[in-house]
Design a protein around this ligand. Structure first.
Ligand SMILES: *Cc1c(COP(=O)(O)O)cnc(C)c1O
Length: 349
C-alpha cells in the first residue's frame, strides 16, 4: 500500500506514552510520575472564577502573566523565559529550531524516549551515548559526538539520578552546540543547574508544571535561557501555544511556591519510606532525586510483575528496552498508595 506520509515518518515507531486509564477507574496509578496531591488551591480558585473574555480573545503569545510569576519565583528576568504547552512542546521547538537533516541530536541513555522521537521527526540524527556504571556521565563521548543539540535530563528518567553541576558546567563549556538541561523533576531534587544559564550562552533549562505543581493535565512548561538563544525559539514556536486559562492557572500555581514545596517534601519523605520498604523486599534500587524509583525486582521477570500488579489494580511503568527490561519504574504515590503497593508485592510470588 502506498503511504501518504514522509518516508522519515513511516520509518519511526512513534512515542508511546504511559497508560492513562479513564478518570474514576479504581486504580493506583504509579506509572507516569504525576504528583499524588491536588494542584494549589490558589490555582483552582482561578479556574473557578474564569472570565469569559479570556476565551473570546486570543491569548498573550508570550504568556507574560506566567513569565512574571515565574520570574518572581526564580529570580530570573521574565525575558529570559519561553513558555510552552508542556515542556514537551519546548523540547520539540528547540529541536526544530536547531536540528535538521545532517545535524546530530545527542543524549546519554537510558533517558526520556521522546528525545529520540522528536529528533527522528525532524530528520536529524539521534546519537545515543550509554551512561557508564552507576550512571556516570560519559562526557568525552558526548563532547565527541558534537551535537547541534545535546540533551541531559537531570534528575534523569527512568533512573532518577542527578548529574552533578560540575559535570554540566564542563559539558556546557566544551560543547559547540546547544545544551538542554531538562529539569522536569527539579522540584524533588536537592540541586538545580539554573546558575548555568547566566554563565553560558548555549545553555537552556526546561521545566514543567506537570510534576512538581500537580498540573500535568494543564500542559504548561517553560524554558530559561539568555534572550539571544530564545529569539530563535520564538520564531519557531506556535504564536498561541499557551492558552489563556493555562497561563492564568499556571501563574497562580507559580505564585504559590510554599504549597508546591510542602507537597514536594511529602513526596520526598514517602520516597525514602518506599525505598526502605522495597529494599527489605529484596529489590535492587537506585538513589532517586525524582518522584519515582527505578527498581529491579529480586526474582522473576519484571514484565510479569508489571502485569501481575496491573491485575491487582496497580499500574507501574515497564520499559521493554535494552538495560531496562529487568526493571520497573514506580512513581511515588501517597503513603497509603505506596503501602498498598508494598503489601501487594509481598503477596506476589
Ligand atoms: C514528564 C517529563 C517531561 C515533560 O513534561 P510535560 O508534561 O510535557 O511538561 C519532560 N522531560 C522529562 C524527562 C519528563 O519526565
Amino acid at each position: 500500500m502506498t503511504s501518504y506520509f514522509r518516508p522519515s515518518v513511516d520509518a519511526i515507531a512513534g512515542y508511546v506514552p504511559g497508560e492513562q486509564p479513564k478518570p474514576g477507574t479504581p486504580i493506583i496509578k504509579l506509572n507516569t510520575n504525576e504528583n499524588p496531591y491536588p494542584p494549589s488551591p490558589a490555582a483552582m480558585e482561578v479556574l473557578r472564577t474564569l472570565d469569559s473574555e479570556w476565551l473570546r480573545r486570543y491569548p498573550d503569545p508570550f504568556a507574560n502573566e506566567f513569565r512574571q510569576a515565574a520570574s518572581d519565583a526564580l529570580g530570573v528576568p521574565a525575558d529570559w523565559m519561553i513558555v510552552g504547552n508542556g515542556s514537551d512542546d519546548l523540547l520539540n521547538v528547540i529541536i526544530r529550531t536547531c536540528a535538521e537533516l545532517g545535524r546530530k541530536v545527542v543524549y546519554p541513555t537510558p533517558t526520556y524516549v521522546l528525545y529520540q522521537t522528536l529528533t527522528e521527526v525532524q530528520v536529524a540524527e539521534p546519537v545515543e551515548v550509554p551512561y557508564g556504571d552507576d550512571y556516570a556521565l560519559p562526557i568525552e563521548e558526548l563532547v565527541a559526538a558534537d551535537g547541534a543539540v545535546t540533551l541531559i535530563a537531570t534528575p534523569n528518567s527512568p533512573s532518577g539520578h542527578s548529574v552533578s553541576i560540575a559535570n554540566l558546567r564542563e559539558l556546557a563549556a566544551r560543547l559547540s552546540g546547544v545544551l538542554v538541561i531538562d529539569e522536569a523533576y527539579v522540584d524533588f531534587a536537592d540541586q538545580t543547574a539554573l546558575p548555568l544559564v547566566k554563565e553560558f550562552n548555549n545553555v537552556i533549562i526546561t521545566r514543567t508544571l506537570s510534576k512538581g505543581y500537580s498540573l500535568a493535565g494543564l500542559r504548561l512548561g517553560f524554558g530559561i535561557a539568555n534572550p539571544t538563544l530564545l529569539s530563535g525559539l520564538f520564531k519557531v514556536k506556535d504564536s498561541y501555544n499557551i492558552d489563556a486559562i493555562a497561563c492564568a492557572i499556571g501563574a497562580a500555581a507559580m505564585r504559590d511556591q510554599s504549597y508546591k514545596n510542602r507537597c514536594a517534601e511529602r513526596v520526598k519523605s514517602s520516597r525514602s519510606t518506599l525505598f526502605s520498604a522495597l529494599k527489605n523486599l529484596g529489590f535492587g534500587l537506585w538513589e532517586s532525586q525524582a518522584n519515582f524509583l527505578l527498581t529491579q525486582p529480586p526474582t522473576g521477570n519484571a514484565e510479569q510483575r508489571y502485569l501481575a500488579l496491573k491485575e491487582k489494580g496497580i499500574l507501574v511503568r515497564y520499559f521493554n528496552r535494552s538495560g531496562l527490561s529487568d526493571k520497573l519504574r514506580i512513581t511515588i504515590g501517597t503513603d497509603e498508595q505506596n503501602q498498598q503497593l508494598v503489601e501487594t508485592l509481598m503477596h506476589l510470588v
